[in-house]
Design a binder for this molecule. Sequence first.
Ligand SMILES: C[S@@+](CC[C@H](N)C(=O)[O-])C[C@H]1O[C@@H](n2cnc3c(N)ncnc32)[C@H](O)[C@@H]1O
Length: 275
Amino acid sequence: MTDTAPQLRGLAGRSPLPRLEFQMLWQKVLGVPRVWLLAHDTDPLSPDQVARFHELEARRLAGEPMAYILGEREFFGRMFRVSPAVLIPRPETELLVEIALQLLAPGRAAKVLDLGTGSGAIAVSIALERPDARVYATDLSDEALALARSNAQSLGARVEFLRGNWYDALPDHEDFDVIVSNPPYIAVSDQHLARGDVRFEPAGALTDGGDGLAALTDIVRGAGARLGAGGALFMEHGWDQAAAVRGLLASAGFSRIASHRDLAGIERVTGGFYN
Ligand SMILES: C[S@@+](CC[C@H](N)C(=O)[O-])C[C@H]1O[C@@H](n2cnc3c(N)ncnc32)[C@H](O)[C@@H]1O
């Protein structure tokens, strides 16, 4: 290696990427923590390393989400593997996990169901925070379930994964204390589906193919048959859907219906209790 070999310091000045993304891609290429990059920004880089970086940089410049390029995203304090087969877990979904945990009294072996688990972020987080709970998770997508299983295994969570259309995935007569879901709730006509990171995520994870309330409606209507006495159902939904979801829950016989706001002050999670 000669003195003229490329160095991080020189490349940083020429990359159009924001500094943080530049550093995250280099962390992936070199397999080092961020602090290492800062201390080694004049070390010589090999042509292979530079070529690998330019490959990742080109993907990012084409709009691909950082989480898919890096293959992981943090959720509830843990790293989850992600791929284009699953929705990238969102920070606002942590609210749903917090609500579920509040409903699960410590020391009581409750049964929890996560419908539409994707990467497994919700189910795995609940299972790790409450190892005494029996956690089930379903999805329609085999690829999503494979990734969710691998996340559960590598993070050491016990979750029963099942494939199928919402409650159809479950054995007959299986009921739960808490059901949670972050279903597809974007209307198929919503222009946001064609913009930004969302373009790269699976359509079946984002939209119900209708007005955005179809999956939420199916989940509410099926919940009564799957909740034990006093059981709770809480769902994430879009910024303008809280009143509609409260209406669905009321029509299905739920009581103590409430909507919870995310950190941006938006009503993001709505649920209630049955029986
Ligand atoms: C918005 S994503 C949520 C993923 C994950 N729970 C999260 O919060 O990051 C919705 C998930 O529901 C799944 N899904 C869509 N329709 C379904 C159905 N009819 N039955 C079961 N799962 C479904 C999708 O495959 C997707 O993984």
